[in-house]
Design a protein around this ligand. Structure first.
Ligand code: ZN
Length: 554
């Protein structure tokens, strides 16, 4: 039994005769019982027709229809009397037939005329049954049911996603809002006469009804996976309609400022813009430009390809870089590739294939130059994996993935590889300036040195440098003087022109510039301290002191 009340009868009557489908009638009657929408629409239509024709009966009988349910039941029994005659057809034909009967009583050719009229009405009824709903443009009719559910499930299965739950999202053509508005104004007239206070927001949205009907069907087709409101995995169904622009066109002249052309949209009539315009337009102006109830559409919506999207997942780890000719990210100058690979590509290739992701974003705690190695425990990094078809790996599988990366190249090595949350990733970036880093530099001196000449450097503690933005990074960093601290230094004499310098510094210190001085842009620098020209021949990062991600015991 439909959860409708006596007061809904005129609305049902009005909407059915305007060309609304059965489910849309329920929507405008603010029926929020989900099961009502899941019934076959032809059954709902029969019930609605029985419901309104009962009004005629109760009117003629002058009986107070307090119990709608009882009345409808008895009516159902009444219409089923002539066997073989579908009740809905009969109900639909009844009022027309009655008029014809009256005419027949006056005229002589009664029987022939009535038969002709009945035949015509039957054709009309058939048309109405198969015609596209003026409100939902077919979305709650043929575009919503098990056929559609099978189509959705097939697409999901074909892409071989792994997921626990799924959220179903639906995108509708913009003119649905216009038609909704027109239907609502149509109903509102009736409500105002009855002084019933019902808000437009109380009506059930097409989107909502669609989901109520489809969620269970899709879940069944996917073998019982829960279709929920929030999930990492989203399946989107998009409907478009060829008359969107012509249906919305009047809004562009009445609310021109709502429709500005945007670069990446094909049409200015986006759902957002149409909703905004409808909020602005007065009922009077709307009714002047648009039919109320809406005109019969020439076709129903078309369903576009089903889109599947798994939200990003994040993995983190630490990497070593053992090569002095490997950039961290692809090195492209003027559209031309300078180095054949990069740290992120070497890591990403096995990761992408393991998670079957469409793409990635790489980030790390600082970065080293192409000619700098990163040794020790390595540099923390994180990767966002876009649209992963697989989102979980066991510890063993993760270990295997790490092995695969490490075996694929001797230029890098990865450790502590793990899945992390988006939130945890920010730990890598936070307080980066306060962190320390340790380096080893191979230094050349112009003047010959002995080990005694450099020993005093070991005693220097917390040396503050003024570093003017280095010439080599001026193209990407603003010109400024930044203060950085060298906490400790240690020297290892090699020969009369070379020594190793170990440094522990504040993150963000430019080590190369500290050693060669950058034409005096870094003050003080090693050359000033040693009173000779100095240059840097090799640099290694020994440790990046960020305690994230957590280490994983081997
Ligand atoms: Zn409809």
């Amino acid at each position: 039994m439909l959860p409708l009340k006596e007061k809904d009868k005129p609305i049902v009557q009005k909407l059915l005769s305007s060309g609304c489908c059965a489910r849309c009638v329920l929507r405008f009657c603010c029926v929020s019982v989900q099961a009502a929408y899941r019934k076959p629409p032809q059954d709902t239509l029969k019930e609605l027709q029985a419901f309104i024709s009962n009004t005629e009966n109760s009117k003629s009988q002058e009986s107070a229809a307090d119990s709608t349910e009882e009345n409808s039941k008895s009516h159902d029994a009444a219409v089923s009397e002539p066997p073989g005659e579908p009740p809905n057809k009969r109900v639909k034909l009844e009022p027309i037939g009655t008029e014809e009967d009256a005419a027949a009583a006056a005229a002589a050719a009664a029987a022939a005329a009535a038969a002709a009229a009945a035949a015509a009405a039957a054709v009309k009824l058939k048309e109405e049954e198969s015609s596209v709903c003026v409100a939902c443009l077919g979305i709650l009719q043929d575009l919503c049911g098990s056929t559609q559910a099978v189509k959705i499930a097939e697409r999901v299965k074909a892409e071989k996603y792994e997921f626990d739950t799924v959220v179903l999202s639906v995108s509708l053509p913009a003119q649905l809002c216009v038609r909704e508005h027109s239907c609502w104004l149509h109903v509102k007239k009736e409500l105002r006469e009855k002084s019933m206070a019902v808000d437009k927001d109380d009506a059930v949205q097409v989107k909502e009804a669609f989901k109520w009907i489809m969620q269970g069907l899709v879940a069944k087709e996917l073998g019982g996976v829960a279709v929920v409101i929030r999930s990492l995995f989203e399946v989107s169904v998009e409907f478009t309609h060829q008359e969107t622009d012509s249906d919305c066109h009047f809004l562009a002249s009445t609310c021109a400022d709502c429709f500005r052309p945007t670069r990446n949209k094909q049409s200015v009539f986006t759902r957002m813009a149409v909703v905004k315009a409808l909020e602005k337009i007065s009922d009077a102006v709307f009714l002047k430009h648009y039919a109320c109830p809406p005109a019969q559409p020439t076709s129903s919506c078309s369903a576009q390809d089903v889109q599947c999207l798994h939200l990003s997942i994040f993995i983190a780890g630490r990497y070593n870089k053992f090569s002095r000719s490997l950039p961290q990210t692809p090195w492209v100058i003027d559209g031309e590739r300078r180095m054949e690979s990069s740290v992120e590509e070497l890591i990403a290739a096995p990761v992408l294939s393991s998670f079957r992701a469409d793409g990635f974003n790489f980030s790390s705690s600082g970065r080293e130059d192409v000619d700098v190695r990163t040794l020790g425990n390595g540099r923390p990094f994180a990767m966002e994996l876009l649209n992963p078809h697989r989102s979980r790996l066991s510890k063993v599988e993760m270990k295997q993935l790490q092995e695969t990366i490490n075996e694929s190249s001797d230029k890098i090595r990865v450790r502590d590889l793990q899945i992390v949350s988006r939130e945890a990733m920010s730990r890598m970036k936070e307080g980066e300036e306060d962190k320390t880093k340790s380096y080893t530099a191979l230094v050349w001196t112009q003047k010959p040195i002995q080990s005694d000449d450099i020993a005093f450097i070991d005693d220097i503690k917390d040396l503050t440098l003024d570093q003017k933005t280095p010439l080599r990074v001026l193209h990407r960093r603003a010109l400024a003087v930044r203060q950085r601290v060298v906490h400790r230094m240690n020297t290892r004499f090699l020969d009369s022109h070379h020594f190793y310098l170990e440094l522990k510094t504040q993150a963000g210190t430019y080590i190369k510039e500290f050693v060669h001085g950058d034409f005096g842009r870094t003050k003080p620098n090693l050359g000033v301290l040693l009173q000779t020209d100095t240059d840097i021949l090799e640099l290694d990062v020994e440790s990046v002191d960020v305690d994230w991600p957590p280490s994983i015991p081997e």
